[in-house]
Design a protein. Structure first.
Length: 118
């Protein structure tokens, strides 16, 4: 399994940014995809997840309403739309995938950096 995250960059506070993750290497029908982030000096935190087949989504409470996770099932693509970006959103963002039947994520992408200027 390979996950390729992209779309990070430098944005101004208040702007929007969309991250992408291309998954390959297996059939993901009963798997989930998640976005996580890790800022310098902080632990990695869960951002959002989506199930590949039904598109069921979950968000960390603090990001509901600003971030939206979506997927294009036929293309094995998952997106994270980030709106009204804040300086505290700056982090290395990872996509990861694992079976929907578990809480684990077995495979991780390399991360894409989001930097926010205020």
């Amino acid at each position: 399994v390979q996950l390729q995250a992209s779309g990070g960059g430098l944005v101004q506070a208040g702007d929007s940014l969309r991250l992408s993750c291309k998954a390959s290497g297996r059939t993901f029908v009963n798997w989930k995809m998640g976005w996580f982030r890790q800022a310098p000096g902080k632990e990695r935190e869960f951002v959002a997840s989506i199930t590949w087949n039904l598109g069921t989504t979950y968000y960390t409470d603090s990001l509901k309403g600003r971030f939206t996770i979506s997927r294009v099932y036929a293309e094995n693509m998952v997106y994270l739309q980030m709106n009204s970006v804040k300086p505290e959103d700056a982090a290395l963002y990872y996509c990861a995938t694992g079976p929907t039947s578990t809480t684990t994520y077995n495979y991780w992408g390399q991360g894409t950096q989001v930097t926010v200027s205020s």
